[in-house]
Design a protein around this ligand. Structure first.
Ligand SMILES: O=C(O)CCC(=O)C(=O)O
Length: 275
């Protein structure tokens, strides 16, 4: 397996744009294995919940805090992701995993995500340093305009945190600032092939439209944080536990399964802060 490392131009692109797309981050056999496990994963389905968007359409996801030895955990903990996060995050404390979400945007019903910054949510959890938090989205299926791929406003992470209010069961950025950002910076549709990765800053404005197509859009989003960036109002301690890194080969070579009950799932009714 090739040793993956971000290049200097990739790092500069991330700093300038607040996001970075890495094509073929996972090989075809890796994504095939992950997709096979995810689609037959009874524990994943058991802990999935629906989130209403502003129009009452539902989007389904499963969220957990502790990455284990299951297929998703081995990817989330793989050297290539953790080292890339370490390169892109501000500071030098160990990299921790905050949480992962398996997004299951089903055909014709998968609801929209309103314009927001992840730090719009995480600020409410009283994290102080947005530059020490980022997310990595791995496309498990193709993500296209038609099936509601992620949209981002390039460079919007440089605006700092925008005020957020509620939009359906989600949190949405103040429309006036979204409109101004759209007038000033480019809107990008992040179309991905299975196995592509998107790294994005916690203050990058992003959203996605409903999936009105006939194909599902599934992705894994893992969020990382520096150990010294404490979420004073975040009950789960995962975000200060350094990631136990595994070799990139683990996903293919280790015996693995679907997500485990010990992963620490978010149950929607118990917690109003969804991320
Ligand atoms: O997967 C999507 O469509 C949007 C997800 C998102 O915006 C988020 O998790 O912050």
């Amino acid at each position: 397996m090739n040793y993956f490392q971000l290049t200097k131009p990739q790092i500069s692109d991330y700093e300038r744009d607040g996001y970075l797309i890495v094509r073929n981050f996972l090989s075809f056999p890796e994504i095939e294995k992950l997709y096979g496990i995810a689609t037959g994963d009874a524990i994943l389905s058991k802990h999935a919940f629906d989130l209403n968007d502003g129009t009452g359409k539902k989007t389904k996801l499963t969220l957990w805090y502790n990455p284990g030895d299951d297929a998703y955990g081995l990817l989330t903990r793989s050297r290539r992701i953790v080292e890339a996060a370490d390169t892109l995050l501000d500071g030098d404390a160990p990299v921790c995993h905050f949480h992962s979400k398996l997004m299951q945007k089903e055909p014709r019903v998968g609801g929209a995500w309103e314009w927001h910054q992840d730090y719009g949510y995480w600020y409410k959890n009283e994290f102080l340093f947005p530059d020490q938090m980022l997310s990595v989205m791995i496309a498990i299926t193709k993500a296209t305009k038609e099936n509601g791929c992620l949209q981002v406003i390039g460079g919007s992470h440089k605006m700092g945190r925008v005020e957020h209010g509620f939009a359906g069961e989600q949190v949405g950025a103040m429309q006036r600032y979204v409109d101004l950002a759209l007038k000033t910076m480019p809107l990008i549709y992040v179309e991905l092939e299975p196995g592509d990765a998107l790294f994005f800053h916690s203050n990058l404005l992003h959203r996605s439209a409903a999936n009105l197509s006939a194909t599902a859009r599934w992705s894994l989003i893992s969020c990382y944080n520096r150990q010294t960036n404490i979420g004073y109002n975040e009950p789960n301690g995962s975000h200060t536990v350094p990631v136990h890194v595994v070799p990139d080969e683990a996903l293919m070579e280790w015996t693995t399964t679907g997500v485990q009950e010990s992963s620490g799932f978010l149950e929607k009714d118990k917690d109003e802060a969804l991320k």
